[in-house]
Design a protein. Sequence first.
Length: 365
Amino acid sequence: MFMADMLTRKRLIFIAIYIAVLSAVVYARGLALAGLISGRYRFSSFLFDVIALGLILILLHIFSYGVRRAVAGIIKPKTRARKLVTGLLHFGIVVFIAGPFLFAAIQLHPQKVSPKGTPADAGLKNYTDVSFYSDGIRLSGWFIPAGQSKKPVILVTHGLGVNKENFLKPVAMVHQLGYNALICDFRAHGDSGGYLTTFGIKESRDIKAAYDWITRTCPGVPVYALSYSMGGSAVIRAAAEYGIFNRIVIDASFGQLETVARAKVLKNFGPLATPVWYLSRFWGWVWTGVDIADNQPEKLMPRLDGRRVMIIHGTADSFIPYTESIRLYEATNRKAQLWLVDGADHVQSMDQPEYKTRLKSFYGD
């Protein structure tokens, strides 16, 4: 009885330490991200992140335990064969199942950081909180009206892992140029609902939902797009599939998700990069119902023929190589405008003094 109590206590202590360490890691990562983008890591987001990651790790542990039990039922204990088979199975589970599974889960579930401020903090005091739905997911946005209601509305879109507050600078630009502006958090970002991202595939439906809100609120007014990074991928897909927007700016986006993943993330896996990519695609499909390899905006660019498109990219982009924008440009048969900003990092082209002037020239009145 005493030994059983001791084992129970040890197990409880282990579980308590496990929860404490997991919570500390998740919270530290969330706080670091919030500090990086000047937002708030809400307790509700932290709680969900801890529970979700904890359940994932428990499921993987149960799976590993089941494999060990199966081996024990086949191979006699205390033999070299059993040790070898168990070791190989553990290696295979970590490399080909647990690793890609966790990798896909972390990439597809960005930790939500909510805006800390409002457009008023950027000098845009006349704004309205708005919300609408995409696939049953509530999206949170800000509408900033211009002095003249009949002016075009510019839909501004943000990138992966950030929120609408981080892109108030281009919102302020288009407002200063006399345009109405709408910016919203994508699903699984900021104050919007949802917990999974698809790097632009399902987010294209968020773009359509935002577009529909604009056309209901401002009937008869032209609607243009100013998109950044992942938001560019979503806008391209939405424009191609729904025939919306006739003037589109795509800043620091990509032509093919796989090339970016291989250049920036998968290279750390060395010779295992290719199997990790295919296994991550599989787990990504399990999580989201879409194949992330289908995220190839360059293949959709020809469907934007007849619309005005400007592609912008910094040549020193450390997140998405500027060659991705060249791919997008080539996919338009060089009909789009291409502006490569020398020395600019990811989405830092907007810091150029001529950025606003180019937007004005492109969008017109």
